[in-house]
Design a binder for this molecule. Structure first.
Ligand code: SF4
Length: 421
């Protein structure tokens, strides 16, 4: 048996798991499972631990390596688990050397002490980002992610990500264009640019190119690319070129996901966010004027410390003010070492109740959009034998079409979750 990689968390981890699988196999590892973990919530860390225990029960002879953001931020905790053979850092995981070292340690054959299991470098010392040119995704899915940026220089008070991924760094534009071309030539119809803080793209590169410039370069130098999508952005950091591409280029999909987090200015200040409620509303109105019909989604946290009922109500009505279609609701999760963990906490049942209310408001936004699509003609990317997605990222119920094809289809209705053609 070769190497299996279990991926938790975000699109970055999905991209990185492809690199891990390649490097671990090249190192000759076998009978090994790699847990590429997430640390964004306590729940995510608990899921990784549960998976490790279950895995060892089901396959007692398998070697278990834990990597990812939870391994980077809580290495000792994982190393103390008897089921775990090795803990590899979030940057280390991208290098063949880490997997050759793991192989050597496993070939050594003796059980080692907790500290010897840990191969985690100081993530804050990482300054550069080596391109990892993939010539395809094992998944073979029509839509694939390309990691163009990693880490973050901001320090939002609720967020543990910078401690798991380090400071912001970007892949040089030329390498990104080569990666996109390779994946397009391999038949992947849609590329999603991904990063931790995508709008800080290029800050550490010569000439400090911005995300908009990168997007323009990709669309200019890979004319055969059908669909380019951008994952989550910080709207206040959207540059002029990016706004131009959103307005003018049909190959950039009319769908943006925004990191809004709250609708209340005092809470945004206590989160150390860089935008105000008014900035968020104005950005949404601006991109709608420039690209009519664009779909917008957002991340919003429910129950951030000190959030009162009135403050929460401003997050609730921000959904309508920005006419959001896709709402990702995060019940506030106290993360170790973050400033928000030391603020007066909102009771757990209140956090859960607010998250439930916010999801309901989000659901109403999705229903409004699904209903407004009936009668429209859309470009649908066939993702699998049963599902496609429009350029606006709305799911479509299909059957018998070829995955990877982009079809022009007229929307006849919806079933409350997916469009019907
Ligand atoms: S911008 Fe804020 S929320 Fe996003 S990764 Fe950076 S610190 Fe975390």
């Amino acid at each position: 048996m070769s190497v299996d990689v279990l991926t938790f968390g975000c699109r970055l981890n999905a991209f990185e798991s492809e690199v891990i699988a390649r490097e671990a196999e090249r190192a000759g590892l076998c009978d090994t499972v790699v847990i590429n973990s997430c640390a964004v919530t306590n729940e995510a860390v608990a899921q990784a631990r549960q998976s490790i225990r279950r895995l060892k029960r089901e396959r007692p002879d398998v070697r278990i390596v834990v990597t990812g953001c939870a391994a980077q931020t809580q290495a000792e905790m994982f190393a103390e688990m008897a089921e775990v053979d090795r803990v590899v850092g979030n940057e280390d995981k991208m290098r063949g050397e880490a997997w050759r070292d793991a192989r050597a340690a496993f070939d050594f054959g003796f059980d080692v002490g907790t500290s010897e299991k840990i191969a985690v470098a100081d993530i804050m010392a990482v300054r550069e980002m080596a391109p990892h040119l993939l010539d395809g995704f094992k998944t073979g899915l029509p839509r694939v992610f390309v990691q163009v940026q990693n880490g973050c220089d901001h320090r939002c008070t609720f967020c543990i990500i910078p401690y798991g991924r380090g400071n912001s760094r970007s892949v040089p534009m030329g390498a990104v264009v080569d990666q996109v071309r390779a994946l397009t030539e391999r038949g992947h119809a849609e590329i999603v640019l991904t990063g931790v803080d995508l709008t800080s793209y290029g800050a550490n590169l010569p000439g400090a190119p911005k995300l908009g410039q990168l997007t323009k370069q990709i669309l200019r130098h890979v004319p055969e690319l059908k669909r380019l999508r951008i994952s989550s952005i910080d709207s206040i950091e959207a540059d002029r070129d990016l706004i131009d591409v959103i307005a003018d280029d049909e190959r950039l999909m009319p769908h943006l996901h925004l990191s809004l987090q709250s609708g209340d200015d005092m809470i945004l200040k206590r989160m150390k966010r860089r935008h105000s409620r008014r900035d968020a509303i104005e950005f949404c109105a601006q991109v709608r004027r420039l690209r009519p019909g664009i779909t917008l989604g957002a991340d919003i946290i429910a129950g951030f410390p000190t959030e009162t009922e009135e403050m929460f109500a401003r997050s609730e009505d921000l959904v309508g003010e920005c006419d959001l279609t896709f709402l990702h609701v995060f019940p506030y999760s106290k993360r170790p070492r973050t400033p928000a963990a030391r603020m007066p906490q909102v009771p757990g049942e209140t956090i859960r109740a607010r998250a439930k209310r916010l999801r309901a408001v989000g659901e109403a936004g999705l229903q409004r959009r699904l209903a407004s699509e009936v009668g429209a003609t859309r470009q649908v990317l066939i993702e699998s034998a049963t599902q496609g997605r429009t350029e606006h990222f709305l799911p479509v119920d299909i059957s018998g079409e070829t995955p990877g094809a982009v079809m022009t289809l007229t929307i006849k209705g919806h079933d409350g979750a997916r469009l019907i053609v």
